[in-house]
Design a protein around this ligand. Structure first.
Ligand SMILES: Cc1ncc(COP(=O)(O)O)c(C=O)c1O
Length: 445
């Protein structure tokens, strides 16, 4: 076990002064730069039986080159310095944690805290990973960057970091998502990226990944594929988890500082699983912290219109890795649906599959309706408009909190802000498809 761990819910007073510790308010806190130099899991590409590298031969050299570059630089002090510096000065980290006093009172149960990834530059956690990967692309001398995007947040973050580094950028996006997330399409174009419409199949995230992989196969020698979630062939799940783990390590420090103890629950929505694994990474060794991932059950599990991969999927291979997968009895990938463009993916990051099987994390689901309710509720009670994706995690938090005593703590990863979703929700309200909930007063304790 790493030497910088705390045990249980208490801050343990021991000093390893020359080993990455710093003192904060009299408490000993780990230094995040030091944590990032520790070795992430799955050096061989496998999280238990999940992960791996199931790709055509033509992609193997590119993946090997990427893997070697990541291993060479991930613990390199100059790389970490540049990564941390851009996170701070470009993206605005550390993002705060916020106690939702109104929400907690309204639901009259556990205290709900948010990890405010919505306050990152461009409005979501995706930038943490794009900064890490673009720094690798720079070291590899690549001049052309491609990416897939669902909600557009990863596309926007990739376009921004490519602009920052002066690289050519192409973003693959499903035709349906281009329509749902017009604002983000325009933002990507403003930052100099070409948005390429994926017109096959369901025309959403899976097809965007299909086309990005096809582009990479044709141009692997000069192109960097900047994958946006903890999915894909090795080394992507390990690498994306590493860059996103800043979320969990920061949150862990902040909860200790703010509350003097760790949260009882850590919740995050799960699309491909990058914001969730980033949050979970900081708490995995803390047995007292229950980890919960929330998948989209869309119009209901029974309707067939959902993307509840870990709830209803079976292990299989998609996009070069083995994980839980929504598939029919013949192994064909099933169509997926969610009101949020960032969650409708039929697979999930391989580490989540391993965490589900081991029982270390639990995976539940929230429907479109529940997420929309949470979207309006947080906006009204706290003045924070959440992304539709993050609203799924919030939906579970407001179900869970009233069942718990008031001294329990539920930490929710607010993975993004909802500005990108406002036009879509406005249209849904106008068409009568959704009604903002009528909320009563917040009653003081
Ligand atoms: C704000 C936000 N949260 C969550 C997600 C889901 O991705 P992941 O599961 O990789 O965090 C997305 C994807 O676009 C997103 O934009």
């Amino acid at each position: 076990m790493a030497r910088w761990r705390y045990t249980g819910n208490e801050v343990v007073n021991f000093v390893v002064a020359d080993d990455g510790f710093q003192k904060l308010d009299g408490k000993i806190m780990p230094n995040i730069s030091q944590i990032l130099s520790q070795t992430p899991p799955a050096a061989d590409g496998f999280f238990g039986e999940y992960g791996g590298q199931f790709v055509p031969e033509v992609l193997k050299p590119a993946l090997d080159e990427l893997s070697a570059t990541f291993e060479r630089y991930r613990a390199d002090p100059e790389f970490i310095r540049e990564f941390m510096s851009l996170l701070k000065h470009y993206s605005g980290r550390p993002t705060p944690v916020f106690h939702c006093a109104n929400l907690s009172r309204y639901f009259s149960g556990a205290q709900i805290y948010l990890k405010r990834e919505d306050l990152n530059h461009l409005g979501a956690h995706k930038i943490n990973n794009t900064i890490g990967q673009i720094l690798l692309a720079k070291r590899m001398g690549k001049k052309r960057v491609i990416a897939e995007t669902g909600a557009g947040q990863h596309g926007v973050a990739t376009a921004a970091t490519a602009a920052l580094m002066g690289m050519e950028c192409h973003i693959y996006m499903g035709e349906v998502d281009i329509e749902r997330q017009k604002l983000n399409v325009f933002r990507m174009q403003m930052m100099g990226a070409e948005v390429v419409s994926a017109k096959s199949g369901q025309r959403t995230l899976k097809e965007a990944v299909d086309e990005a992989i096809a582009d990479w196969m044709a141009h692997a020698d000069d192109t960097f594929y900047l994958l946006g979630s903890a999915v894909g062939p090795h080394p992507y799940p390990r690498m994306v988890r590493h860059f996103q783990s800043i979320v969990g390590w920061e949150a862990r420090e902040q909860m200790l500082e703010l509350c003097g103890r760790l949260p009882d629950y850590a919740l995050a929505c799960v699309g491909g699983g990058s914001n969730a694994i980033g949050l979970f990474a900081g708490f995995l060794d803390d047995a007292s912290v229950r980890l919960i991932g929330v998948e989209p059950s869309g119009r209901g599990l029974a309707s067939g219109e959902h993307a509840a991969t870990l709830t209803l999927g079976k292990p299989g291979v998609l996009h070069g890795f083995r994980s839980y997968l929504l598939q029919d009895s013949e192994g064909n990938v099933e169509p997926v649906y969610s009101v949020s463009a960032g969650l409708d993916y039929p697979g999930v990051g391989p580490e989540h599959s391993a965490l589900k099987d081991s029982g270390r994390a639990r995976y539940v689901h929230a429907s479109d309706q529940e997420a929309l309710n949470a979207f309006f509720t947080l906006s009204k009670l706290e003045g924070i408009i959440p992304a539709l994706e993050s609203s799924h995690a919030l939906a579970h938090a407001i179900k869970l909190a009233p069942t718990l005593p008031r001294d329990q703590i539920v930490l929710v990863n607010l993975s993004g802000r909802g500005d990108k979703d406002v036009a879509q929700i406005e249209e849904m309200v106008e068409r009568g498809e959704v009604k903002p909930p009528v909320l009563g007063p917040v009653v003081a304790d």
